[in-house]
Each structure stands twice: as C-alpha cells, then as structure tokens.
Design a protein around this ligand. Structure first.
Ligand code: COS
Length: 380
C-alpha cells in the first residue's frame, strides 16, 4: 500500500491551487452576491486543460486519471464551488458520458469542443416530479423513424443557460419502464427548446441553474446515446462517476473552510491569547482535521477504484455521503470559530457554508447514497 501521490499529481494540485488563488479568489464574493457566471475563469480553465481532464487527447482532453481530476476539484472548491461545479459537470457527466458511451460521430462533433472548454455541456435528468425517483421520467422522446420528438420540462439544470450541448434523459416507451428511457444530445437553439428563468439559490450562486422546456423539439436519431432503451443505465453509470467529482467538491469546501478557520484562530485574540490556544477551539480544529482526512481517503479511494477499472458505485456513494456531511459540519464550525466575522461575507466562510449544503442534495441526495450503499452491502 502506498499513500503518497506522484510528482504529477502534486503538480496538478499546485496548478489548481495557484489558479484558485490567482484567478478564482479575486471577485468570488461579487460573483456569489450578484450571481455572475465565471465565464472568463472557465475559458482559462479550458485553456489549461481542466475542462476535459480525463478525456483522451485525441478529443482535445488532457488524458489524465480520475485521481488527478479529484485533486483539481478539491483545490478549486476550496475557493470557489460555483466554478468547480461547472468543471465537475462538464468533466464527469458530459465528457465522460460521451466518451464512454457516445458514437465516434458524437465524439468528433461534440466531445472535442467540450473537452477543450470551447463550449460547455449540461446533464438533464431531474424533473419537477423526478429527482431522486429518477425512473419516473415525464419528459417524452417519441420515436418518429429518423428522429425523436421531445416534450417536457427539466429542473435545476447546472449550466442550464450557458451550455451549448445538453444530454437529456427522456421516456420513449412508458410500458417498458426504465428500459424504455433514452439519452439524447440536444443542441442549444434547436426549435422548441427554451431555457427557463435562472434560479436564485442559497449557494453556488455563481453557477447557472435553470429549468428547461422542450416543446416538440425534433432531435435526429443519430443524437441518441447508445442503443434504444439505454438512457437510464447511461444516467446511472455516468452519475456514479459524477458523484466522485461532487465528493471531491465537498472535500474541497470542507478543507477550504478548515484552512481559513485554522489561520483565523492563530491570529484572533481573546482572553489574552490567540483563540487557537483555547481548548474549545483547538478541539474543534482537531475534529475538523480528522474528518477531512477521513473524507479525503474515501474520495481518493473511489477515484482509485475507477482508475483501476473496479466497480465504484459503492465507494463513490460512500465518498459523497461522508464528504458532503463533513463539508456541512466543518463549514458550520468554521463560521463558529470566526464568531461575528464568520457572519460577514469578507471572511468567506459563510459562503462556503452555504455552498456546502448542495453537496448533500445534487447528483443524488444523502438519502439516495444510503439506498445505493445499503443495497450494495445487503446484496453481497
Ligand atoms: N449502474 C448501472 N446500472 C444501474 C445503476 C448503476 N450505478 N444503478 C441502477 N442501475 C440499473 C439497475 O440495475 C436496474 O436495471 P435492471 O432492471 O436492468 O437490473 C435499473 O437501473 C433500475 O434500477 P433500480 O431498480 O435500482 O431503480 P430504482 O427506481 O429502485 O432507483 C436509484 C435506483 C434510487 C439508485 C436511482 O433512481 C437513483 O440513483 N436516483 C437518484 C438520481 C439522482 O442522482 N438524481 C439527481 C439528479 S442529477 S443532479
């Protein structure tokens, strides 16, 4: 067993850390407050190879492993989770999904542009009445020979307004249940495809979340991913990897909040000494540090499983469940350690606390992760 990271992994960590400090930190409060999408930052991340990290260089990707991706996600998320969710969706849901299950034409036409960051993508599964209960898709894709006619509404779609390419899950044959679901590639601008208003969110406010409406959208059959009826499996397999990315985001939020709290506690004085010298604070830091290290091990192990070609449904679900819980608890404690300052935007921890909450909800709530975990352990 070897817990050390390679020189290459350390270099990726340093590059992502530098980017976060130099490019994400300036303006992060303003983007959060005014819900400004990090357009310039995403463009630069694309130029540096962060938008298609695991994609084959043949399709403009960086050809890196999943561990590299989670290390980058961790570092970016320490500073700006609104930007890191854009990176996560594009990398592990859109690029990975297309590279693994798309046709050669899909890869040439869409993946090359997505992996380079020239355009970004969105993954559209959730609906007003189908978030956790993902097999209950109301959006329909009716087969008309050489094309599908798409109708319905998708909700809470990350990159909803900024994406150019949307992977849309829809029901083709209701009688076949989840085996009658398809995944279609929809392009922005297709007639009948409308982007709804932007959501005004508690956290990750710089990211761009919308509902989407499809009114008789004609989607060519060649835009279907995989065989007829593969759409639900496509969504599940892709989300399994996506969850590792969100687990890494949660880890980064936790670590970012902890680092700020540690620094603050060595500077701020009360009762004649730095507050870190009070056991009430020191013990909080000890708990945070321990929980973050445990979360890191789970996240890296899930990434390692994926890189080794092992099944990562269970390890990814455990990583997301635990890391998101640690993100929430740690960021609340970081605010507490900051006292009154913790409630003020300039100190960053209140934003991290608000951003942490979504990691327990999107790409499968904590309750869904417990379904995945319990089914897995009971099956074996
Ligand atoms: N990989 C491949 N196939 C999977 C899978 C996975 N990780 N998870 C489930 N499947 C398959 C099952 O094998 C089953 O196929 P078969 O009938 O051929 O065996 C099919 O999918 C349906 O699975 P199941 O019967 O377990 O479906 P349930 O309705 O009980 O729901 C959960 C399964 C709850 C795990 C699923 O609906 C889920 O993950 N929901 C959350 C979705 C989500 O993350 N939403 C957030 C939106 S994205 S921001």
């Amino acid at each position: 067993m070897d817990f050390s990271l390679s020189e290459e992994h350390e270099m990726i960590r340093q590059a992502a850390r530098d980017f976060a400090q130099n490019e994400l930190l300036p303006g992060v409060i303003e983007r959060d407050e005014n819900q400004i999408f990090p357009k310039e930052q995403i463009k630069k991340l694309g130029e540096l190879g962060f938008m298609g990290m695991m994609t084959d260089p043949e399709y403009n990707g960086s050809g890196m492993d999943t561990l590299s991706y989670v290390i980058a996600m961790e570092e970016l998320s320490k500073v700006d989770a609104s930007t890191s969710v854009v990176v996560s969706v594009n990398n592990s849901l859109v690029c990975w999904g297309l590279e693994t299950f798309g046709s050669k034409e899909h890869k040439e036409k869409y993946l090359s542009r997505l992996a380079s960051g020239e355009i970004i993508g969105a993954f559209c599964l959730s609906e007003p009445e189908a978030g956790s209960d993902a097999t209950s898709q109301k959006t329909t894709a009716i087969d008309h020979g050489d094309h599908y006619i798409l109708n319905g509404t998708k909700n809470w779609i990350t990159n909803g307004g900024t994406a150019e390419v949307y992977l849309v899950i829809a029901q083709t044959d209701r009688e076949k249940g989840h085996k009658g679901i398809n995944a279609l590639i929809v392009e922005k601008g297709m007639p009948g495809f409308e982007i709804g208003p932007k959501e005004n969110k508690l956290g990750i406010r710089g990211s761009d979340t919308h509902s989407l409406n499809f009114n008789d959208v004609k989607v060519p059959k060649e835009n279907r991913i995989g065989d007829d009826g593969f759409g639900f499996k496509f969504a599940m397999k892709t989300l399994s990897g996506g969850r590792i990315g969100i687990a890494a985001q949660a880890l980064g939020i936790a670590a970012g909040a902890y680092e700020l709290a540690l620094k603050y506690s060595k500077e701020r004085k009360a009762f004649g000494t730095e507050i870190a010298n009070h056991q009430a604070i020191a013990f909080k830091l000890a708990d945070m540090h321990t929980q973050i290290e445990a979360a890191r091990h789970l996240v890296y192990k899930a990434a390692w499983d994926k890189d080794q070609g092992k099944n990562y449904d269970l390890s990814g679900a455990m990583a997301k469940l635990y890391a998101s819980q640690v993100a929430m608890e740690t960021s609340v404690e970081a605010v507490q350690i900051h006292g009154g300052n913790g409630f003020v935007k300039e100190y960053h921890v209140e934003r991290l606390m608000r951003d942490a909450k979504i990691t327990q909800i999107y790409e499968g709530t904590s309750e869904i992760q417990k379904i995945v975990i319990s089914r897995s352990i009971l099956r074996n």
